[in-house]
Design a binder for this molecule. Structure first.
Ligand SMILES: Nc1ncnc2c1ncn2[C@@H]1O[C@H](COP(=O)(O)OP(=O)(O)OP(=O)(O)O)[C@@H](O)[C@H]1O
Ligand SMILES: [Mg+2]
Length: 264
């Protein structure tokens, strides 16, 4: 499999629920991500951001439409072990739900070492060195990584979830509300780290958040979702300063009204 060049969602639709009472969470979305792009997806709660992100990494199957990685459908790449491993090395996902994303019976180190061994083919010693290096880059005390997930705080666990994604140095990182649970000072350091990782490695980022200021800080482009659709997509500066859709204007006003910072 070639290195990540493009991930493309085309006319993606996702319905939930029984046919006679179905709810359309994503309603005809097309979005392309290429190396170096940092795309923020914002929008009110329930607008379909997480569903779209999960579909784009293959954790959820679309009801209609396609997602392709370098032109090949995710579905077919995920159906074969070799290409699944390569895909997971190229594209990593960090979810907001860190409680269920770590095995409670294993140490954080075990969980973070696993992708380094399985996806990069490192031996245990080399994988451990990578774990330590990645954890240190996230500004955490080294000893914490040898605890179980329940023995660290929610904010620390969130950073370990990011470490587990970054340990394989993915070419595309998809983050769903990864800073929402963190206090503001920690948020800032994580946002800086994610941005720096992308700028230095040329990796792409899809950053889903209902926090507009944080998203605008990290991302070079903003996508605004409403009712499962993309209502606006443009570079961060344009969306913040010359929004084209009334919903974006309302969203910006809500943040400004709340005294939130909207620096690009
Ligand atoms: N597994 C599911 N089963 C049924 N409905 C779902 C499921 N996942 C999401 N939905 C519904 O789809 C819609 C979109 O949800 P989604 O989680 O994608 O929104 P979101 O924009 O990420 O919201 P938030 O900002 O609150 O995280 C919501 O109405 C939600 O209730
Ligand atoms: Mg969500």
């Amino acid at each position: 499999m070639d290195a990540f060049a493009q991930l493309a969602a085309t006319s993606v639709v996702k319905h939930f629920g029984p046919a006679r009472n179905r709810h359309t969470a994503v309603d005809g979305v097309s979005l392309t991500v290429e190396p170096g792009q940092r795309i923020g997806i914002v929008g009110e709660s329930g607008s379909g951001k997480s569903t779209l992100a999960r579909i784009m990494v293959g954790l959820e199957t679309p009801s209609a439409g396609t997602v392709t990685f370098n032109g090949t459908s995710l579905r077919s790449l995920l159906s074969m072990r070799a290409s699944r491993v390569e895909l997971r090395r190229e594209v990593q996902f960090v979810s907001q739900d860190t409680t269920s994303s770590f095995d409670p019976l294993r140490t954080l180190r075990d969980s973070i070492r696993q992708p380094a061994q399985r996806l990069l083919g490192l031996d245990r010693r080399a994988a451990d060195a990578k774990v330590d290096e990645t954890v240190a880059s996230l500004g955490m005390a080294p000893a914490l990584v040898d605890r179980n997930p329940a023995e660290v705080s929610g904010g620390q666990r969130q950073r370990f979830a990011i470490a587990r994604a970054l340990v394989v140095r993915p070419r595309l990182l998809v983050c769903d509300e990864v800073v929402s649970a963190l206090d503001v000072s920690v948020q800032g350091s994580i946002l800086n780290l994610l941005k720096r990782y992308c700028l230095e490695s040329g990796a792409a980022l899809v950053f889903v958040s209902h926090g507009l200021p944080a998203t605008a800080f990290v991302c070079s482009e903003l996508v605004v979702m409403k009712n499962g659709q993309i209502v606006e997509h443009g570079d961060t500066h344009q969306v913040l300063h010359a929004p084209r859709h009334p919903y974006t204007t309302a969203l910006l006003a809500a943040f400004r009204g709340g005294g939130a910072r909207t620096a690009a």
